[in-house]
Design a protein around this ligand. Structure first.
Ligand code: F3S
Ligand code: F3S
Length: 105
C-alpha cells in the first residue's frame, strides 16, 4: 500500500484525491490518510503531491515510519468505508498526529 507522511500535515493540498481511481484517500483534520486495504497500489497519487508526502510503504523515510501506522490507525473505527467522497471529512486524527505542533509553515 501507499502511505501519506508528515509533509501533508496542515497542508492538505488534496491533488492526490483527484488521481485515485478507487477513492481511498480519506480526509482527517490535519492530514489525509490512505486506506491500506482499499489502495490498489496504482501509484497515481504519489507524483502529484506538491510536497512529496506520499510513499510506497517500503519507501517511507525512516523518520516518518510512524505515519505508516497512522494511515492504518485512522481507520480503526471507520473500517472500510469503500469510498472517501461519500464519507466526507472525518473529525479525527490518530493521537500522535493530533499532538503535533502546527506544521506546514
Ligand atoms: Fe496531502 Fe499531498 Fe495529498 S499534501 S492531501 S498528500 S496532495
Ligand atoms: Fe489510490 Fe493508487 Fe494512490 S489506489 S491511494 S492513487 S496508489
Amino acid at each position: 500500500t501507499y502511505s501519506i507522511a508528515e509533509p501533508c500535515v496542515d497542508v492538505l493540498d488534496k491533488a492526490c484525491i483527484e488521481e485515485c481511481p478507487v477513492d481511498c484517500i480519506y480526509e482527517g483534520n490535519r492530514m489525509l490518510y490512505i486506506h491500506p486495504d482499499e489502495c490498489v497500489d496504482c501509484g497515481a497519487c504519489e507524483p502529484v503531491c506538491p510536497v512529496e508526502a506520499i510513499f510506497y510503504e517500503d519507501d517511507v523515510p525512516e523518520q516518518w515510519s510512524g505515519y505508516v501506522s497512522a494511515n492504518v490507525d485512522f481507520f480503526d473505527d471507520l473500517g472500510s468505508p469503500g469510498g472517501a467522497a461519500k464519507l466526507g471529512k472525518v473529525d479525527y486524527d490518530p493521537p500522535f498526529i493530533k499532538a503535533l505542533p502546527p506544521m506546514g509553515e
